[in-house]
Design a protein around this ligand. Sequence first.
Ligand SMILES: Nc1ncnc2c1ncn2[C@@H]1O[C@H](COP(=O)(O)OP(=O)(O)OP(=O)(O)O)[C@@H](O)[C@H]1O
Ligand SMILES: [Mg+2]
Length: 232
Amino acid sequence: MSNEVPLLAARALTKAHGRTQALRGATVELRAGEILAVTGTSGSGKSTLLHCLAGIVRPDEGSVVYDGRRLDQLPEKQLSELRRTEFGVVFQFGQLIPELTAIDNVALPLMLAGVRRTEAHKRADEWLERFGVRGQEELRPGEMSGGQAQRVSMARALVTGPKVVFADEPTGALDSLASEQVMTALVHTVRETGTTVLLITHDHQVAAYADREARLLDGVVRQDSVDLEVAQ
Ligand SMILES: Nc1ncnc2c1ncn2[C@@H]1O[C@H](COP(=O)(O)OP(=O)(O)OP(=O)(O)O)[C@@H](O)[C@H]1O
Ligand SMILES: [Mg+2]
């Protein structure tokens, strides 16, 4: 363990969804440039933790500090600006825009950032290629397989060059060969650019691509979370 200041740190987070206590004091840190795998059984609070860390959901208690700023206390406008410019998110359940084709979904964050359409399409196309879905540019989400949608979501999360990528089961609908292809593309990109990644997965082979693993159990991060030997 190094003693450098983490890029993103959540301390003692609690979060209830109605009567369900999804997080019960979860503490986790991400150092700049590392890939952290978050594992745990279904319902253990993984997605809730990711949403809190990415500033999508505010925790009930605890703190989320990103690059010296308290995300959990940031006004909504600054928070959404920060999310748009510094974070990329792959949601567990798609969230591609149904009316837009694959290429338009991937190009959208660039166009929102002021990149011209032709340039945005060119870059989107490169990202679709990296994730192995070139040739499916014109498909709309309703016409894609689950695995294709996940690859398009991954391309969309990375296209703007975010500092942190949050990916919630990005290979959940892929077979092992396709998982390997997507993970190789992800790891290659983030190592090249020094991007920090929080990756939720239940697949040990996918977790093995990470530098460390944090295991969630009933809304807390277990003490036996490990440094993985098999870092790339
Ligand atoms: N919007 C919601 N409304 C009510 N309960 C919710 C909501 N979101 C999550 N929960 C509950 O909170 C708990 C944690 O959910 P969460 O989605 O964080 O788990 P998870 O570890 O991501 O599970 P999975 O592996 O199945 O995706 C679960 O018991 C779930 O039923
Ligand atoms: Mg989940």
